[in-house]
Write a new protein. Structure first.
Length: 94
């Protein structure tokens, strides 16, 4: 729901831009939404923790899709292990 809101909001045009870019690369709607929702989850997680992670950081991570290897992102317990960018890595989790 949050991603859909961002895709249709005039306040978050970069989200729609990256959605369109990924669709233009041949990725299906559900695949693009899943990828983008994963990045959004990281953004929300960082925000909830009070990390120094801004909307601009979120958009920068969207720009890296489909370069992020999500198989390396989570360990067996589902906790983030490798972050999409080194700048977003909270201390003590690497």
């Amino acid at each position: 729901m949050a991603l859909d809101d961002q895709l249709h909001s005039p306040e978050t045009p970069a989200v729609k831009t990256h959605y369109d870019r990924l669709r233009g690369l041949g990725h299906g709607d559900s695949e693009v939404r899943e990828l983008m929702a994963t990045v959004l989850a990281f953004y929300l997680w960082h925000t909830a923790r009070g990390d120094n992670y801004s909307y601009d950081d979120y958009v920068a991570e969207l720009a890296k899709l489909t370069e992020i290897d999500w198989k390396k992102v989570a360990d067996v317990e589902g906790e983030p292990k490798v972050w999409p960018s080194d700048a977003a890595t909270p201390s003590g989790l690497t």
